[in-house]
Write a protein that binds this ligand. Sequence first.
Ligand code: AMP
Ligand code: MG
Length: 488
Amino acid sequence: MAFTLSGDDARQITHPTPIPHPYWVAFSSSAAKLIDLPLSPDGYPEDPAWLDLLAGNTLNTNGHQFSEPMATVYSGHQFGVWAGQLGDGRAILLGQIHGQELQLKGAGKTMYSRMGDGRAVLRSSIREFLCSEAMHALGIPTTRALSIVGSDLPVRRESMETAAVCARLAPSFIRVGHFEHFASLQNSARLKELADALIAEHFVDCESDDQPYFKLFGEICRRNATLVAQWQAVGFCHGVMNSDNISALGLTMDYGPFGFLDRFEIEHICNHSDQAGRYAYHRQPQIMHWNMACLASAFLPLLELNHTAEESQTLLRNALEQFPIEYAQTWQDLFRKKLGLHSSEDGDIRLIERLLQAMHDSKVDFTNFFRNLSKIKKDQHVTQIALRDQFIDRNAIDQWFGEYLQRLQREVLGDEARSAAMNLINPKYILRNHLAQAAIEKAQAKNFAETHRLLKILSRPFDEQPEHEDYALTPPLDMSKIEVSCSS
Ligand code: AMP
Ligand code: MG
C-alpha cells in the first residue's frame, strides 16, 4: 500500500530537500529486481535521472513520476516509556512501484522532524544498507535497501560528518507505532482505515474471516515472534526495539545501533546508549512480546467494534499468550537445525541450552562455532573435536560433545548430508561491526570499494568463499568493542 490514509492528521505531503552534487555510494542490483529497474553493465540504473531521484533532488525519472511524496505520522513507546507523537522525521515516502514502497531516509526535514535535521550520515546509511541486504540474504524478513547516494553536505553529529540518503523498499513501512498513534488519539475511524488497508494489501486471508481484526492481530504477532526467533538464531541484536521501530509486516526495520554477536554473551548490549540493557540479546524475545502488548492495547477499539470490552480484552490476551509458544516453536526448530538435528527428541532443548550456556561461559564465537560444528563426524572421538579447545571447562564440554555425538548417531542423515544442511542455516559471513566499520572509514575517504565488496560477500552468507576467509574471522578483542550509538 502506498500509505493510503489521506488527511493531514495521517500524513503530510513533503518534498525532499535536495543535496548538493550527489554521487553513488552503493547500489543493490538485487533490490533493484524488486522494482524491475533496468541497470547498466556497471550495476547502476540505466536512466541517470535515478541518481537525482534517489538523492531527493527530483521526483521524476523517464518512467516514473512521484507526485505526492509524504511523511507519515506515528507515535510509540521508546525504551518502555510512552513518547507521544513521532513520525517520519527524516524518511520521505515517494510512492509505490511494483508493490514496493520507495522511501528515502535522510532526505531532509519533515513536519515530524522535531529537533532533528532530517538527515542521515554516510556512516549510518552504510550500516543500514549493508545490514538490510545481508539480512535478506540470510533469509530473514527485512525492509530492503536499494541505494546510498552521498553528498559532501556537512552534517553535525558527535563530530562533523557528511550526508547520505538511503533508499529503502518494503511492501509497507507501517509500524506498531502507526496503530498506537490513532489509538492514543481515540480515533477509531482512522484505526479502522489503517487496519482495513493493511488487510486489503497484505493480509488478504483476514478479509474473509468473521473476526478480521482479531485475525490480523494474531498474524502480526506470529510474524514478529518468528522474526525475533530468527534474529536469535543468527545472533542479531536490533538495538532499539522501540514500538515505533517494529513493523506491522514482521520485517526487520530501522537499522541503527544494531550488532551481530561475535563472542557469545547472552546479555550482550549492542547500543551503548542502552545502559540498562533493555534491548540486550537475551531480552529481545520478551521485548518483542511487550511490543505486541502495546499493539494489543491499540487494537482494543477495533475488537470492540464487534465485541464487548471484556470479550475484546480476553481475545487479545489469549492471542498474546500465543506469542511465547510461536516464538519457542520457531526457536527450537531453528536451533535443532543449527545443530544438525532433523528428528526431534525430548532432550534436545536441554542439549541446546547447555551448549549455549557453555558458549556463554567461554565467550565462544557464535557464528563460527555453529559453522564449524558441521565438520564433526558421527563416529569421531570427543578428543578429536578441535572445537573443544575453545572452551574453558574442558570436562563439561567433553561431556556435552559426548552426548551430542550419541544424539547424532540417532539421526538418519549421514555426515555429508547433515553437514550440507547445517551449512544452509549456519552462515559463514555476517555483518560484523568491525567489517562495517572498515568499510565506513574507507567510504568516508571516498573509497567505496570495501562497501561494494562487503555487499557481495554478504549476499552469499552460506557459501564458502575461500578468497574471503578473513571476513569470517572473530575480530581481535579491541575491535569487537566498537561502540555504536543511536546517533545516525
Ligand atoms: P529512531 O531512533 O531512528 O527510530 O528515530 C526515532 C524518531 O526520531 C523517529 O521519529 C525519527 O524519524 C526521528 N529522527 C531520528 N533522527 C532524526 C533526524 N536526524 N532528523 C529528524 N528526525 C529524526
Ligand atoms: Mg525509527
